[in-house]
Structures are given as structure tokens and as C-alpha cells.
Design a protein around this ligand. Structure first.
Ligand code: GZL
Length: 325
């Protein structure tokens, strides 16, 4: 997907021309309350696309001018975008860091420019404290815990004495990958039945999910009892590989996924996924409200976690509302 950069200067010039052209007096137009620069990771999943859509919709709803750039999965593109936002003197910068490290210099530049930075979705790990103002995103550790708690219940219900798990992780060194894995492993640590045989990096991509599953099936075959996948995209890539190998996902293997997009929920209803932990991409409202508070010089919360639930084969799937992403 091409980077959608709408340069602030060009945007204001065009607005002026349009205003003259359409004969409306400038004062009739609602001046944008705020110019927000957003660096988005990419378009790697339905979750990410839903997150971008929600940010755009909420910016429109709040009358906020949005400069949104798609980094196409590259940290260097995010750093370059943040530098452009600084040069344009946006009011607030927001970004979803693809990985946790490597942001100190550009965040110091934003701080020196007096531009507050909001983290959306994922976190950073910096040497210097205080380079960002707020993190709006899921409690990924809790998502891992919810996935493990489901697996313990499932193993109990099936009377399993040994549970062999393979894990397809998200992007290495990203917050969701690190914390989903930690929550999952920590929760299972006290259960002697549970063994994670191998973890493999699927980078949150459908194609990589398929590749990872092929490799795990070649290595472990029918000894796999559980597939724990860090996002729906990779899960949806893995399922056909499981079927090609002659197994039935959801019964021969317990399938646990995270995100909660419509496609995965539909597959849950078919019985081919057993558990989907929700990770809502709808963070735009909180982002806009936080940006407006920062512009007004008001205090903001350090961390804003959305409330999330878990969808499993223990419940009536008809009760699951349409997901919207
Ligand atoms: C989670 C988000 C992850 C999703 C993936 O908040 O960072 O990135 O789980 C997405 O689908 O690629």
C-alpha cells in the first residue's frame, strides 16, 4: 500500500484554493483543531487495517487534521516519518512502534521540538525515560494469560495428561510478541502437562504463518496437540497446512489465536479454531481525546488499556457480535 502522506503545506494550500473555488467564505470552514502526525506500521493484517481505518474515522469525527504514513513494516520508514512530522511542526505525534528498541534518538528530537508523542498499540524500550507521554493499547500479557487459561480448561475437559504445544509468534522484539508469549508461558509454568516444543517467528504475516506451520508439521507431525498463534493472520495461514497434512484443526489439534477479527471468528464458528483472544484495533477515539488534551496542556493517563474478552468453543458462537475488522 503506498504511503499516504498529505503534506501539511500542500494540504493547507489546496484547502485555500478549494475555499476560493467553491465560493465559501474561509470563516465558514471549521479550522482543524489539531494537526496529528501518525506513523502506522503497515497493512500486514486485518487488525492493522482496522486500526488504520478507526484512526482515520475518529480523526474525521473529532475534526482533527491527520497526516498518516504507512511504514510498510520498516522501522526506518517510521523514523523518517516522525522526522517529517517534526519538520512540519505537527501538534502531536503518534505511532505504533514495529519493535521496542531503536527509538531513542528520534524521540529525543521530538521532545527537543516540544512535540508530545503518543504510543498507539505497541510500546518502546528506551534508555532515556519520559520520551513519550502515553501508551494506548492492549494489555498483551493479559492476552497471553487468557490464551493459557483457556488451554488449561480445555486440557482438563479432555482429560489430557500431556499437552504438546507449538507457538507461532508475532514480530520478534515487538511488544505483543514479547508479552503474549510471557503471559502464556508464565501461566502454564505451574502445569506439568504443558510443554512448548518450539516457538517460531511468523512476523504476524499470513504467508509466514503457513511456512511456520509447514516446518512444525514436518518436525513434530501428529505429536502436536496445540497451536498457539500470536495473531489471526498467521492462524489463517496455518490452518490449510494442517489440513493438507491430514489433520483436522479444532479437533486433532487445539487452535488458539489472538486478534478477534471477523474472519477468525467465522472459522471459530466452523469449529476449526477453538479460542480467539480479542485484541481490539479500535484505539482511535482514545488517541484523539488524548491528543486534544495534550494540545490543551491537560494531563493524560500514562497507560490506557481497552477492555478485551475471549471467544471460545465453550460459548454459544451466535452470541458473538459482528467484529467490524
Ligand atoms: C496487536 C498488534 C498486532 C496484531 C497483529 O495490538 O500490534 O499487530 O495482533 C498486528 O495482527 O499485525
Amino acid at each position: 500500500m503506498k504511503s499516504r502522506v498529505i503534506h501539511c503545506g500542500l494540504c493547507l494550500l489546496m484547502t485555500g484554493l478549494l475555499l476560493c473555488g467553491c465560493g465559501k467564505k474561509a470563516e465558514e470552514q471549521v479550522e482543524p483543531t489539531l494537526l496529528l502526525g501518525v506513523s502506522q506500521i503497515g497493512s500486514e493484517s486485518a487488525w492493522r487495517i482496522g486500526n488504520t481505518r478507526d484512526i482515520e474515522e475518529q480523526a474525521d469525527r473529532y475534526g482533527i487534521s491527520l497526516m498518516l504514513e504507512n511504514a510498510n513494516q520498516k522501522q526506518e520508514n517510521q523514523i523518517a516519518a516522525i522526522r517529517r512530522f517534526i519538520a512540519y511542526k505537527v501538534d502531536v505525534i503518534a505511532f505504533s512502534p514495529i519493535v521496542e528498541e531503536g527509538w531513542d534518538n528520534v524521540l529525543k528530537e521530538a521532545k527537543d521540538a516540544g512535540i508530545p508523542v503518543v504510543l498507539v498499540d505497541r510500546d518502546v524500550s528506551t534508555q532515556t525515560e519520559g520520551l513519550t507521554t502515553c501508551l494506548i493499547g492492549a494489555d498483551f500479557y493479559k492476552e497471553g494469560v487468557m490464551a493459557a487459561e483457556y488451554l488449561i480448561r480445555k486440557a482438563d475437559s479432555l482429560g489430557m495428561e500431556q499437552v504438546n504445544i507449538v507457538e507461532i509468534t508475532g514480530t520478534e522484539n515487538s511488544t505483543p510478541m514479547r508479552q503474549r508469549q510471557a503471559g502464556f508461558v508464565d501461566t502454564l509454568a505451574g502445569d506439568p502437562r504443558m510443554q512448548v516444543m518450539e516457538s517460531i517467528d511468523g512476523d504476524f504475516l499470513k504467508s509466514r504463518g503457513a511456512e511456520c506451520m509447514r516446518s512444525l508439521l514436518e518436525t513434530y507431525g501428529d505429536s502436536i496437540d496445540v497451536v498457539f498463534s500470536h495473531n489471526d493472520e498467521m492462524t489463517l495461514g496455518a490452518l490449510p497446512e494442517i489440513e493438507k497434512a491430514g489433520f483436522t484443526p479444532g479437533s486433532d489439534m487445539i487452535i488458539i489465536s489472538i486478534d478477534g477479527g471477523q474472519e477468525a471468528i467465522d472459522v471459530l464458528k466452523e469449529g476449526k479454531i477453538n479460542c480467539v483472544v480479542e485484541c481490539t484495533p479500535k484505539l482511535g477515539k482514545e488517541l484523539m481525546e488524548t491528543a486534544l488534551k495534550l494540545k490543551a496542556g491537560e494531563a493524560v493517563e500514562e497507560v490506557i488499556h481497552p477492555v478485551e474478552e475471549v471467544f471460545t468453543d465453550e460459548m454459544d458462537p451466535a452470541t458473538i457480535e459482528p467484529r467490524g475488522y
